[in-house]
Write a protein that binds this ligand. Structure first.
Ligand code: FES
Length: 233
């Protein structure tokens, strides 16, 4: 047998196992806040949840509006909110958490009365979105994602607001404010801090607080007894 006819063996798995990483590992996602709502609050929310759940052929389909409902209570998704949704829908907390962490409209930190989202995606960036974000955060003294000390404003760095034809666009509680500049965005924030809510550029004629908006997104009427979206307990 010539050398060319000798069998050849390759030691494919020799050495330490190969490791592949596409990104830096991140710590596990956690929710904070109390584990459960009070009995009184649970009772009120359960009645509203039943109304929402009844609109769907399968109860689990109501998870997205229920997450908005609990976000209207806390201003973000807390452990109590996750527990409540899981119990109302017969889901595990992990199933609820997996949805709550997938969609960026569900927040995991306390949110100001007004959530200002500044787009710096392609068209907004070309037309000044980065300058708007920089001037707004500097003026308010917060980093992107941060909330002012008075609890009025949270600034969020967002991807495309799907309103590129009106770039640069800023959203407040998901209402559009078109064709912004660093100056106009700062004035908008100052108005909001002063208790003035300028009407959005289009769509709704009024601007609700973050918690009120969450109630509307849950498909419920605005709360009547407070301006924070929490109906009376
Ligand atoms: S790039 Fe800003 S809204 Fe689309």
């Amino acid at each position: 047998m010539s050398d060319l006819q000798q069998p050849v063996f390759l030691e494919v798995l020799a050495g330490p196992p190969a490791q592949f990483a596409t990104s830096t590992p991140t710590p596990p996602i956690a929710f904070d806040g109390p584990q459960r709502y009070s009995d009184e609050l649970t009772s009120r929310l359960a009645a509203e949840a039943a109304d929402i759940i009844g609109r769907y052929p399968q109860s689990r389909s109501a998870l997205l509006p229920l997450l908005h409902l609990v976000q209207s209570v806390d201003g973000y998704i807390t452990r109590a909110g996750v527990t409540f949704c899981a119990e109302q829908l017969g889901l595990t907390a992990a199933q609820v958490a997996s949805v709550a962490t997938f969609y960026s409209m569900y927040r995991r930190e306390p949110t100001g009365e007004y959530l200002i989202g500044v787009c710096t995606n392609t068209l907004c960036a070309v037309l000044g979105g980065d300058e708007i974000l920089a001037s707004l955060t500097e003026h308010l003294g917060v980093e992107p994602g941060g909330t002012t000390a008075d609890g009025r404003i949270t600034v969020e760095h967002v991807e495309c607001n799907a309103a590129c034809d009106f770039a640069p666009v800023v959203m407040v509680n998901w209402e559009f404010y078109d064709n912004q500049t660093p100056t106009s965005a700062t004035e908008l924030a100052e108005d909001l801090r002063a208790g003035i809510a300028p009407p959005p550029s289009r769509g709704s004629t009024t601007l609700c607080s973050f918690r009120q908006t969450a109630r509307l997104l849950a498909g419920l009427p605005p709360a009547t007894s407070s301006d924070d979206g929490s109906a009376p307990a």
